[in-house]
Design a protein around this ligand. Sequence first.
Ligand SMILES: C[S@@+](CC[C@H](N)C(=O)[O-])C[C@H]1O[C@@H](n2cnc3c(N)ncnc32)[C@H](O)[C@@H]1O
Length: 225
Amino acid sequence: MTPDEQWLAAMWPFVRSQLPAAPARVIEIGCGPLGGFVPMLAAAGYQATGVDPEAPAGPEYRQAEFEQSGLPGQAAAIVACTSLHHVADLREVLDLVRGTLLPGGRVVVVEWARERFDEATARWCFSRLAPPEDGHSFLHGQQEQWRESGQQWDAWCRSWAEAEGLHPGEDILRELVARFGPGTLSYGPYFFPELAGTSEADEQAAIDRGEIRANRIQYAGRRPS
Ligand SMILES: C[S@@+](CC[C@H](N)C(=O)[O-])C[C@H]1O[C@@H](n2cnc3c(N)ncnc32)[C@H](O)[C@@H]1O
């Protein structure tokens, strides 16, 4: 399994547990080039559509930004896995999510709390990276750019994220809760698929010992009826 496949497989049980019973219409925002959860959703009996400019070709996908996709009709659930921190206008996207959901419809989100990516967490991750010749990951790039910057970690990471236009997890959560209620919320391991010989349980154990911070947000809420 590639790291991206490992990530999707690890997130699927949470996503699946928050969905209404099949059959139902489910939209995934930012499914990515692998198609995200769309194949799993279809296999579970859902009418699934993945929306992403980088989506694969095929009738289950729209190769467009969600805001521009003009998807007709309403959905029983909308899933977004590490895509909301990339959107240009978070409020516009979440207003559109609310307008696209049926009354009582579910929103299921996995996100990155990038404001929790502190120096201790970064160093813990960097010390577990596979040799770069085995594949150049997001974390390899972070480590290289930080070293080249000569800056303190917190200052470098914040300026990097702002230059990339990435929304902090706390902003995403605040906007979700404002529209879809407190719902269910938890934090967990985020980096394990990119780390050599490190499982989700290993990362959770380091979080529990207070060595690193939990960077994964899991949230599920509902459109008020
Ligand atoms: C980090 S990838 C996540 C891919 C996949 N969901 C996963 O968890 O592995 C973020 C994806 O969000 C997509 N994306 C960013 N803005 C988007 C938007 N406005 N509408 C739809 N997809 C978007 C990007 O093209 C990218 O494929």
